[in-house]
Design a protein around this ligand. Structure first.
Ligand code: C2E
Ligand code: CA
Ligand code: CA
Length: 753
């Protein structure tokens, strides 16, 4: 069944008498339900029962069971529930699917069609019936990815259970073969008649040959296995039955047997039938000795395993290939990669990890079946890119593909491969009457074998692919260990942020702001730090961007505000710092947050701090191009008396004339200007610029704060240029809150240059 276009579901009788089935409506899914994406109606239990009905319909005809169809369908209900639960589980666990596969074998669904039917039904209907509406996990894409993994799980569980059953069967056949042999031997010695009875009645194929290999007797079962032509079997020597796929030791063991050096051996052996087809057998050959113990005959007992072998091959194929594109799947690719990394294909390897850019948009706008066709086309193109010896292409899932190359000169080879892939993608694909241009991002890992595990290589490639995507997509990037490590730490830090806030791992340092003319402390800027249990104290540059991206910046920023305002209130009431003020940084996300004004007012009211003692710092870049709507909350805060400072001023190329529109009262000159004052004499261009900015700011009645003042020379220069307040290591480094009010920085006032 083609995966992308689910066929009309078979008519469903009322499942197990469960009331609401749509018997007679001709559609198991109820009202017009085969539309992908539209969940059939009814509660989950109801939908589980209906799925089981469809499933039963698909595989009952090929199941050798004594159950009636309704009984059989009822049997599938708990299995469906297991699949549905796995689809929804918070932490995905494919082992449930393996149990379902094993359970199918247990109820005798061992025909190859039963597995194919099961996988087809899961592919087409599981997400439709059991995903969606009650979705705890999220996107349809996630459900589909899970669905694919569940199919692999079912196939794997099925294959394993079947293999185990086969082994058990072989055991018992071996045992009966042994009994047959003893019986045959006794019969030979006792009476010809009894021997015949054993010989002819046996269900396994039996043949007897002399020690030279001349075939003397074969029973009907054996003849039948070989295609029923007596002449083809009798009268030929045992040694003429060689096959290219014979294991090398089979003929050695046979030699030992006829020489009397071994009593028996057991192998899996193929034979040609007269029509050229291959018969696979489990073969047991035993030596028959005469009454005096001398070797006399060889006795072959064989069981036809052809069907089972084909089934196993097919199962293996299904468990290792992607149903949609026919490419090797993740499982098989892992095996190939593992072999390559063990050095089977050469000393080096190169891997391209491809993710399509914007595939989700195609799926969302054109539908899944169009998305599927696109993936098939992409798969074909990829395959045509990797045709060299040792080159493999696979689909890892979703829109992620990989291509592997091995051997020598892999750096060049893998680069060529990536170039070929990007160029193969660049020809538009025709879909639904339109031309779609598909692009992709490729992460490349190239290196020596025997250094990393497949999982490590894939992870590195995945990270690198994201780097290519972040750089704009439609390109490839090479993995580099440092970037990997950074990405891994970043990833870990991002995940740990929410818990860190709950556990109180953040703390604030305060850096004094100093009046330039007399060195008295004007206030302090609150700078947040993270006391990470593993990495120690991390600066805000390491985690604020991550918090921004995940939205955690809102609760974190609120905490910083609360804490700093409480602190400022503390300075004012307890420590004689009656006029001390506190500066708090606001990130762009906070600026857009609808609760900004209300939160800030609430914090101020709760602590009892006057609004004029708070200054919110907003970066210049966050306000570039800001419209009135964005500025409105800041205007309201400014109207309440809260100061707004324009942080990092001079880095954002904002229009100076624009300053008039902004509700700011302070400019914080970026550290780069301060750097220009370091040289002696100071950089004349910087001096001119600062002079101009200060003049403009003052004409707009804005105060100017300078940042990053590290030396007395800088301080003197900036004071001479008219800056009002300053911040920097020259005065004090950021530190604990209790230091601020005791700081006397008057001696840090430099004399004019
Ligand atoms: P910023 O607002 O420009 O803060 C000033 C930074 O300059 C601080 O770095 C401070 O430690 C550093 N600094 C101070 N004096 C000197 C000096 O004399 N020389 C040099 N080289 N550096 C000096 P920090 O603490 O690493 O903060 C970095 C940035 O993180 C801040 O830049 C601010 O944008 C952001 N940030 C800090 N705390 C918060 C917060 O609570 N919320 C938000 N949204 N951002 C914050
Ligand atoms: Ca700041
Ligand atoms: Ca700044």
């Amino acid at each position: 069944m083609p995966a992308c276009e689910p066929a009309e579901p078979p008519a469903a009788p009322t499942p197990g008498g469960a009331g609401s089935g749509s018997a007679g409506s001709g559609s198991a899914a109820g009202s017009g339900s085969a539309v992908p994406g539209a969940s059939p109606k009814g509660g989950l239990e109801d939908r589980i029962a209906r799925f089981a009905t469809i499933w039963g319909r698909a595989i009952f005809p090929v199941t050798a069971t004594s159950l009636t169809r309704p009984e059989f369908e009822r049997h599938l209900v708990p299995l469906t529930r297991t699949l549905a639960e796995a689809l929804h589980a918070r932490a995905f666990d494919a082992s449930a699917a393996q149990r379902v596969g094993a359970e199918l074998v247990a109820v005798h669904c061992t025909d190859p069609e039963a597995l194919a039917g099961t996988l087809g039904v899961i592919e087409s209907y599981l997400v439709l019936y059991c995903g969606g509406a009650d979705g705890a996990v999220g996107s349809t894409e996630e459900y589909r990815a899970r669905c694919a993994r569940l199919q692999h799980g079912v196939a794997a569980g099925y294959a394993r259970a079947l293999r185990e059953r086969t082994l058990r069967e072989q055991e018992s056949i071996a045992r009966s073969a042994l009994t047959a042999r003893t019986d045959a031997q006794q019969a030979l010695h006792a009476s010809e008649a009894r021997f015949r009875a054993v010989f002819e009645g046996a269900a396994v194929g039996i043949g007897i040959a002399d020690l030279d290999g001349n075939i003397l007797e074969v029973n009907d079962a054996l003849l039948e296995m070989f295609g029923g032509l007596e002449g083809h079997v009798r009268g030929r020597k045992v040694t003429e039955w060689g096959h290219p796929d014979d294991t090398p030791h089979v003929w050695r063991m046979h030699g030992e047997l006829v020489r009397g050096e071994r009593e028996s051996f057991r192998v899996e052996k193929p034979y040609y039938r007269h029509d050229g087809t291959v018969l696979w057998t489990n073969l047991t050959v035993s030596l028959l000795r005469d009454a005096a113990g001398e070797p006399q005959y060889q006795l072959a007992l064989m069981e036809d395993t052809t069907e089972r072998r084909l089934l196993n091959l097919r199962l293996r194929y299904e468990a290792t290939h992607d149903a949609l594109t026919g490419l090797p799947n993740r499982t098989l690719f892992f095996e190939r990669l593992e072999k390559a990394l063990n050095g089977t294909g050469g000393d080096r390897f190169g891997l391209c990890y491809l993710d399509l850019d914007g595939f989700k948009a195609v799926n969302d706008s054109l539908g899944h079946s169009a998305g599927d066709r696109l993936l098939v086309e992409v798969a074909d193109r990829l395959q045509s890119c990797a045709t060299g010896p040792g080159e493999v292409v696979a689909r890892l899932g979703g829109d992620e593909f990989v291509a592997l190359t091995t051997g020598r000169d892999t750096e060049q080879k893998v680069t060529d491969l990536a170039v070929r892939i990007l160029s193969a993608l660049s020809t538009p694909i025709r879909l639904e009457g339109r031309e779609l241009t598909v692009r992709g991002s490729i992460g490349i890992v190239e290196g020596s074998v025997k250094e990393r595990t497949p999982a490590e290589v894939l992870r590195s490639a995945d990270i690198t692919m994201y780097r290519a995507k972040a750089a704009g997509g439609n390109r490839f990037e090479f993995a580099d260990a440092e970037a990997d490590a950074r990405a891994i730490t970043r990833h870990g830090l991002t995940n740990a942020l929410p818990a860190a806030l709950e556990r109180g791992e953040f703390f604030i340092e305060y850096q004094p702001l100093v009046h330039m003319h007399d060195g008295t402390v004007h206030g302090a800027e609150a700078l947040v730090r993270w006391s990470h249990p593993q990495y120690g104290v991390l600066g805000p540059d390491r985690f604020i961007p991550l918090a921004e991206r995940t939205g955690l910046i809102v609760p974190l920023g609120r905490w910083v505000l609360e804490e700093s305002v409480r602190q400022a209130r503390n300075w004012r009431s307890k420590h004689g710092g009656a006029s001390l003020r506190v500066n708090v940084n606001l990130s762009p996300t906070q600026l857009h947050h609808p609760g900004l004004v209300a939160d800030t007012v609430a914090v101020l009211e709760k602590s009892g701090l006057a609004p004029g003692a708070l200054c919110l710092e907003v970066t210049e870049s966050a306000l570039i191009g800001a419209d009135d709507e964005l500025l409105e909350p800041l205007r309201r805060l400014a109207a309440l008396g809260v100061d707004i400072a324009l942080d990092d001023f001079g880095t954002g190329y904002s229009n100076l004339a624009n300053l008039r529109r902004l509700p700011v009262s302070v400019l914080k000159l970026d550290r780069s200007f301060t750097k220009g004052m370091q040289q002696s004499p100071a950089n004349p261009v910087d001096v001119k610029i600062v002079e101009g900015i200060v003049a403009l700011a003052h004409s707009l009645e804005l105060a100017v704060t300078v940042e990053g003042v590290e030396t007395g020379a800088q301080a003197a220069q900036l004071r001479a240029l008219g800056c009002d307040t300053a911040q920097g290591w020259y005065y004090a480094r950021p530190g604990a809150p209790d230091r601020i009010h005791t700081l006397s920085l008057s001696d840090a006032v430099p004399s004019s240059p």
